[in-house]
Design a protein around this ligand. Structure first.
Ligand SMILES: C[S@@+](CC[C@H](N)C(=O)[O-])C[C@H]1O[C@@H](n2cnc3c(N)ncnc32)[C@H](O)[C@@H]1O
Length: 226
């Protein structure tokens, strides 16, 4: 089985743009995006500018939009090929980002630093989701916006995605339990959505859990006394 890093290096090298191939990719108008991404943009715009962390940043579209909104952005990404593309695409858009070619498993995320945390399409590559969510929570200020999107188990994993280790979560599973007690702003389940975003793959469907929450303390870290 290919490693996640090899898989994404290969895909990002093969395609000039692997994600966000439409011209709307850096638009700051929420109406130019899907309902979920549009809401994330609207909420980030309403609170910004501040500091943002985008883990599993891919080719950097979320990071670049946040930078355009005035955020100081740390983009953490496993694939070196993707990191080079984030730098190049950000430069072309006239924004600066702090790009870190590191794994989410080992990256130091710091404490009480971020106003916005984006984990868009990352958590299904992470087996121990709680560990990363704890670290992302510690890295957040109180009330930070957390934007989360990952594969759910509502439909079987498409064959193409089984090339690397993928760990979808169940609806109302570990990720949602982690955010219990935080203010949920958006929670959406997409089921069997036809996927057209990756070039070169045969037709397939995905199911997603999409969540936007106001982080209000690491509930699972600090249980209330009884
Ligand atoms: C589905 S893509 C999403 C990219 C981007 N967030 C977006 O929405 O366009 C997932 C990204 O997570 C990255 N990734 C996977 N495992 C990672 C890890 N352990 N640490 C950091 N990045 C990782 C992959 O290299 C890939 O770029």
């Amino acid at each position: 089985m290919e490693s996640v890093r090899e898989f994404f290096d290969h895909q990002y090298r093969r395609h000039r743009r692997y994600w966000w191939r439409e011209d709307n990719r850096y638009s700051l108008d929420p109406r130019d995006h899907t309902a979920f991404n549009g809401q994330a943009l609207r909420l980030a715009a309403a609170r910004g500018p501040g500091r943002a962390l985008d883990v599993g940043a891919g080719e950097g579209a979320d990071s670049i939009r946040l930078a355009k909104l005035g955020y100081e952005v740390d983009a953490v990404e496993l694939s070196a090929v993707a990191c080079e593309k984030i730098e190049r695409f950000a430069h072309a858009e006239g924004v600066r980002l702090n790009v870190r070619n590191e794994s989410a498993h080992t990256a130091r995320l710091g404490q009480g630093r971020y106003d916005v945390v984006v984990l868009n399409g990352l958590l299904h590559y992470i087996d121990d989701k709680e560990d990363l969510l704890h670290r992302a929570s510690r890295a957040s200020i109180f009330g930070a916006l957390h934007v989360i999107s990952l594969f759910s188990t509502a439909t079987p994993l498409p064959y193409e995605h089984a090339a690397v280790g993928v760990f979808p979560d169940s609806e109302q599973g570990a990720v949602e339990r982690f955010y219990q007690g935080n203010r949920t702003l958006i929670r959406m389940y997409e089921r069997a959505k036809p996927e057209t975003s990756h070039p070169g793959f045969s037709e397939h469907v995905h199911s997603y859990i999409k969540l936007i929450a106001n982080h209000s303390g690491d509930q699972t870290c600090h249980p209330q006394p009884i």
